[in-house]
Write a protein that binds this ligand. Structure first.
Ligand code: TRP
Length: 380
């Protein structure tokens, strides 16, 4: 890891945040401020986003890190209710996003969901966007006694100018695990995507439905599918757009992350079909209702399940970024902004790497970086 501590390093204690580094909010706002510097957000935007993150966590921001996590959230492996990601495009500075659980300090799932909805509506008032799409789904995803593993997450894409783009993640298991598929179909139909459900591949689970809210050029509805064990060809075939090129790119990406690429990295095949996904996700996005077909396909590979330690995870992420002409040095700076531990001392800092295909756009690569506020998973 390159050394060179920047002056911004001490943000958490420097008055940018009212919180201490020994508090959850102090730690994550310190990480966020340093990440803002990596992606060249200016001081004013950084101050805004530090405050937005602290506010969005509510009372959990003040919670001492000596206590257990505020909720057993599955947002991250160690139950930190915050995760960062960098979205890379060729030849430009990556975009910084932060995923968080606004209701993490709220107690049961119903209260967690109510807090989440309130926080999203406050954001809508502040940044003047419509919550129409979310309102149409409220009774479906927020029943009085919700089931499932979470209620609401939100992701903020931290754009220059101090107004983030907002994504909301909802749980298809809210009405019971046995009604997940039905809930996804109903959600899509209510948003006008009546044929969309039939375009989805076979899945082991539907963990999330997500909505773009706010100033997006083409707001998406996204459905995530879990695939416990899928061969590379199959993952490639699920990419329904740019059929040939998209399929080959997805397969190459799969092999690089699994360590079975032709770069000599050598990884064991899981069975006769070759390497398999280990609980990978595909994401299918819908932006228009005319064709019933998805306009976007993403393969999320849980790189942390294929490697011994984060040094290896970083190498694989860098290999993907280089292949697409993206700024892998920014990834190194981002990892250094989040932790000072040697990468080989743990696994899970780099949680997922994703290859994103959106119709009419160049492929994007997204790297998800854990906060590790509570725990570092030991190397394998
Ligand atoms: N931690 C959860 C999981 O592993 C949810 C999650 C957080 C996630 N960030 C992600 C899933 C990025 C896919 C990609 O499923």
């Amino acid at each position: 890891m390159t050394g060179g501590r920047s002056p911004i390093r001490d943000f958490a204690g420097s008055g940018l945040s009212r919180l201490e580094p020994a508090q959850l909010g102090g730690l994550v706002t310190g990480q966020l401020a340093r990440l803002c510097e990596v992606v060249r957000l200016d001081r004013a935007d950084t101050e805004t986003y530090v405050e937005v993150l602290a506010d969005s966590l509510g009372p959990a921001a003040e919670r001492s890190l000596a206590l257990p996590p505020p909720s057993p959230t599955l947002l991250s492996d160690d139950h930190t209710p915050v995760e960062y990601s960098l979205a890379f495009l060729p030849g430009s500075t990556p975009a910084l996003r932060v995923l968080l659980e606004p209701g993490c300090g709220s107690g049961d799932l119903a209260a967690n969901g109510r807090t989440g909805l309130r926080v999203i509506r406050e954001m809508a008032d502040r940044w003047n966007f419509s919550t129409d799409q979310l309102d149409r789904l409220e009774d479906l995803f927020f029943p009085a006694a919700p089931a499932g593993a979470f209620a609401l997450w939100c992701a903020l894409e931290l754009r220059p100018g101090g107004v983030p783009a907002v994504k909301v993640y909802l749980s298809p298991a809210a009405n019971g695990r046995d009604r997940r598929a039905e809930t996804v179909r109903e959600a899509l139909a209510r948003l006008g995507h009546r044929q969309a459900f039939d375009a989805l591949p076979p899945a082991d689970d539907f963990p999330f439905v997500a909505l773009d809210l706010g100033a997006w050029q083409a707001p998406r509805v996204k459905v995530y599918c879990t695939h416990e064990s899928l061969a590379a060809e199959q993952a490639g075939a699920y990419s329904r757009l740019a059929p040939d090129e998209g399929r080959d790119q997805t397969m190459g990406f799969f092999h690089t992350i699994a360590g079975t690429g032709n770069d000599g990295a050598g990884g064991a095949a899981d069975d006769a079909r070759g390497p398999l996904t280990r609980r990978a996700l595909t994401c299918h996005s819908f932006t228009e209702t005319a064709t019933g077909l998805p306009s976007g396909f993403t393969l999320h590979m849980p790189v942390r399940t294929y490697v011994e330690h984060d040094g290896q995870a970083r190498e694989r992420a860098v290999a993907v970024l280089r292949r697409y002409g993206m700024d892998s040095a920014a990834l190194d700076r981002a990892l250094a902004a989040v932790t000072t531990r040697p990468l080989s001392d743990g696994v899970g800092l780099v949680a997922y790497v994703a290859l994103v295909h959106q119709r009419g756009q160049a492929p994007r690569v997204t790297v998800y970086v854990s906060s590790e506020a509570y725990e570092v998973q030991p190397p394998r």
